[in-house]
Ligand binder design. Structure first.
Ligand SMILES: Nc1ncnc2c1ncn2[C@@H]1O[C@H](COP(=O)(O)OP(=O)(O)OP(=O)(O)O)[C@@H](O)[C@H]1O
Ligand SMILES: [Mg+2]
Length: 309
């Protein structure tokens, strides 16, 4: 349903998208996971015809987006990062007038606007302005708007950024609902847990390049270590060479120092004891220990040498 080949986007000398390739199949939830400035919105905007590629091809339902912009736009709905609702109109009228752009008859559109408000549980708020809604309500409305034309393909640019955990889960439910409706969804996020929970497949994007693509499990298997020891330390008593000491232990695959602790990827359980005794011997004060399976965060760390944020 979506295909991108050797896509490049330059702003002057700066390359925001550096030759990316991916395909999204029908009915799939495909995630674009990457830090700020990675190039997620740029890619979405090219697919939605809001920005032109410098080179390469972007295809929506077998049509090139630059050659058939109207045909492509008819096949997709988009929830942009910037909501762009008209502040002079209530949310119901906003949906109605934006829906008219799709050439839907007024009679049909009225039904769809009511359905969108029902779906996003905002019927009671139909006379409110966009800015009068809570963050969670706004994101739900933006997703509902993307569905007004009943498109096969939905692009969601950071659908949950800035939401509290409860509202985020609510929006996740709405996205899962889209999957049940057999929609094809491309969503961007910088929340690792979100990508892991929602997406059938994920592309990790960094500095305009796709550095890995696969199901969450496939990505986690990139790591040769199968256990992560997450240790919180008292920051006032952390020994100077802790990172080097740990790296010298055979079986330790990667060590990341964090604000209040350290994350250590190891190859097998036998190494855990050595790691802990090395830390304790140097008089570091341990506040807590978690032994966990690698997350996509560890994958990102492994591939880029940095944390997501
Ligand atoms: N119109 C523009 N002119 C110049 N540079 C731009 C423009 N739009 C985006 N960029 C740059 O391109 C890069 C990618 O931006 P983009 O908005 O695609 O990132 P993103 O992955 O969506 O980030 P975020 O998570 O912050 O939304 C950034 O370095 C950004 O500064
Ligand atoms: Mg963005």
């Amino acid at each position: 349903m979506i295909e991108v080949r050797n896509l490049v986007k330059k702003y002057g000398d700066y390359t925001a998208i550096d030759g990316i390739n991916f395909k999204v199949r029908k009915g799939e939830i495909f995630g674009f996971l990457g830090p700020n400035g990675a190039g997620k919105t740029t890619t979405i905007n090219i697919l939605a015809g809001l920005s032109l590629p410098s080179s390469g091809v972007a295809i929506i339902a077998r049509q090139d987006v630059t050659k058939h912009p109207i045909g492509c736009k008819k096949r997709l709905g988009i929830a942009t990062q910037d909501a762009n609702f008209d502040h002079h109109l209530n949310i119901k009228d906003n949906l109605f007038y934006q829906g008219l752009l799709y050439g839907i008859s007024r009679k049909e559109l009225k039904k769809r606007v009511d359905a969108a408000l029902r779906w996003s549980k905002l019927e009671k708020y139909s006379k409110k302005r966009f800015h009068q809604l809570s963050g969670g309500m706004q994101r739900r409305l933006v997703v509902a708007r993307a569905m007004l034309s009943d498109p096969e393909i939905i692009l969601l640019d950071e659908p949950t950024t800035g939401l509290d955990p409860q509202s985020r889960r609510q929006v996740w439910k709405y996205i899962k609902d889209l999957k049940e409706k057999k929609k094809t969804v491309l969503l961007t996020t910088h929340y690792i847990e979100e990508a892991d929970i929602l997406c059938d497949r994920i592309s990790i994007i960094d500095h305009g390049r796709l550095i890995a693509c696969g199901t969450p499990d496939e990505l986690k298997r990139i790591l040769d270590n199968d256990i992560v020891i997450d240790i919180s330390l008292n920051p006032e008593v952390v020994s100077e060479h802790i990172e080097m000491d740990l790296n010298n232990i055979s079986g330790v695959n990667h060590v990341t120092i964090r604000n209040n602790g350290i994350r250590i990827g190891v190859g097998n359980e036998a190494v855990i004891e050595q790691v802990l005794s090395s830390i304790i011997k140097k008089k570091n004060r341990i506040n807590g220990i978690n032994i966990i399976h690698p997350t996509l965060e560890d994958v990102f760390l492994h591939l880029t040498g940095r944390e997501m944020r």
